[in-house]
Design a protein around this ligand. Structure first.
Ligand code: GLP
Length: 229
């Protein structure tokens, strides 16, 4: 997480107007903790930075405790000097077509994000692009699969409360980023990371393998995962 924070901070130091592509999930929490620490130590200025998040559940508003807007405010935005008006987390309670256009404008207006932070699902999903015959190139409404609903139910009081759909950036949106960092911790991510690192195939059945088509990806794993590889 410290390493990922260092990379993100160096992108911001090089370009104070950078557009950061951000992720949620348990893995990313540590990254934000270290960026906040840099800010508190006076080593980073985020006042001109813009951000866009990968995804949001459909049907829950930004004030819902498990919304990704709330996650971002709680773990990151409320603790730094970022201008909240420059932070975009998809809004899924209103006009979805308008939101999809907003996303396109933000990403294409900057020629892709300057850096994209990614976690990965146990099934290899990135953002909420679930394994399947086809993957979306651009942002769309997607169905969450059983495994993802089960994994994310730990944040809800019971599994029935987990939304079944999400708005997610597409694989093309992610690949437009100038630089990508993917973090994967824990042995349960081993299958996904093995498919990414130990062969030369790309398959929509393991969406993170699409990252092989990008030429600036940093993959950071922990010991528990590396022991499984
Ligand atoms: C979630 C998010 C992904 C995240 C992944 C891993 O469902 N949509 O963006 O990377 O699952 O989450 P975690 O870091 O909690 O394992």
């Amino acid at each position: 997480c410290k390493k990922a924070s260092d990379i993100i901070c160096s992108v911001v130091r090089d370009n104070k107007n950078a557009l950061l592509g951000l992720a949620t999930g348990g893995t990313a929490e540590g990254v934000y903790k270290y960026i906040v620490e840099e800010f508190k130590n006076g080593k980073i200025d985020l006042s001109n930075v813009k951000t866009i998040n990968l995804d949001e559940y459909v049907g829950i508003g930004g004030d819902h405790p498990q919304s990704y807007r709330r996650y971002m405010d709680d773990h990151f935005f409320n603790h730094v000097n970022i201008n909240k008006e420059n932070t975009y987390v998809p809004i899924t309670t209103g006009d979805i077509d308008r939101e999809l256009l907003n996303i396109k404008e933000i990403i294409d207006g900057n020629g892709g994000t300057d850096i994209q932070l990614l976690g990965v699902g146990r099934n290899g999903h990135i953002a909420f692009n679930e394994p399947g015959e086809r993957l979306n190139a651009s942002a769309s409404i997607v169905d969450l699969n059983e495994d993802t609903i089960r994994a994310n139910s730990r944040y809800f009081s019971n599994i029935d409360e987990v939304p079944k759909k999400a708005l997610s950036l597409g694989i093309g949106d992610i690949l437009k980023s100038k630089k990508i960092i993917l973090l994967a911790f824990g042995s349960e991510k081993a299958n996904a990371i093995r498919e990414l690192l130990s062969n030369d195939f790309i398959t929509t059945k393991v969406p993170c393998t699409l990252l092989k088509a990008h030429n600036d990806v940093t993959i950071i794993i922990d010991e528990a995962l590396s022991e499984k590889l």
